[in-house]
Ligand binder design. Structure first.
Ligand SMILES: Cc1cc2nc3c(=O)[nH]c(=O)nc-3n(C[C@H](O)[C@H](O)[C@H](O)COP(=O)(O)OP(=O)(O)OC[C@H]3O[C@@H](n4cnc5c(N)ncnc54)[C@H](O)[C@@H]3O)c2cc1C
Length: 161
């Protein structure tokens, strides 16, 4: 079972629901004090800028410290979220999930829902007319690092704000 940690849980392949990720030698571009939760400072012996395994270790220790792991179900895809039929009186939500390795869809009811699916979950290829004539392969940054294309071919980077 993979633990929580979102994109900071590093694997050398894309996981379900993942289109971007950190690469093996990534170092945080913000310092450890700004990346720490206010109620759980980073250990003194951590470097100022963190490797991904250190930040993942920090996130995991946060979850353990506040006993959050028992509330987290990993390897589940949220397939649908909608208001319950009696939402007007209960304010509740129906959340549908399916195990990432398949299986039956399951239904849960919650009082509140936070959608935290990540800003980098879906890759996007810009809709540029010039790309129609481009003979190479168009990939998002996630596939770029996964396939290690940097080491093997000439690349052109298109950055869209
Ligand atoms: C290369 C890179 C470097 C970065 N460096 C820094 C840094 O140095 N400092 C910094 O503060 N931030 C950095 N970031 C930003 C990063 O997005 C945040 O640090 C942080 O991971 C965001 O947390 P999150 O929970 O919003 O999203 P994520 O960590 O992306 O977590 C979202 C989770 O939701 C899951 N998910 C999505 N859809 C579904 C679904 N339908 N069902 C179930 N699960 C789903 C995803 O699989 C993922 O596990 C970096 C990002 C990248 C890509």
């Amino acid at each position: 079972m993979s633990l929580s940690g979102g994109l900071w849980y590093y694997t050398d392949h894309l996981r379900p629901n993942q289109a971007a990720g950190i690469y093996d030698n990534v170092t945080s571009n913000d310092n450890k004090d700004r990346m720490a939760f206010g109620d759980f400072p980073m250990p003194d012996d951590y470097p100022t800028y963190l490797t991904h395994d250190r930040y993942y270790e920090y996130l995991t220790s946060y979850a353990k410290h506040f006993d959050l792991l028992r509330h987290i179900q990993c390897n589940q895809t949220v397939t649908k979220v909608r208001q319950t039929k009696d939402y007007i009186t209960t304010g509740q939500w129906e959340v549908f999930t399916r195990a990432t390795d398949g299986g039956k869809e399951e239904q849960h009811v919650f009082d509140a829902v936070c959608i935290c699916s990540g800003a980098f979950t879906r890759g996007r290829i810009p809709d540029l007319p010039e790309l129609a004539d481009f003979k190479g392969e168009n990939v998002t940054i996630a596939l770029w690092w996964i396939q290690n294309l940097l080491h093997s071919i000439d690349i052109s980077v298109v950055y869209e704000q």
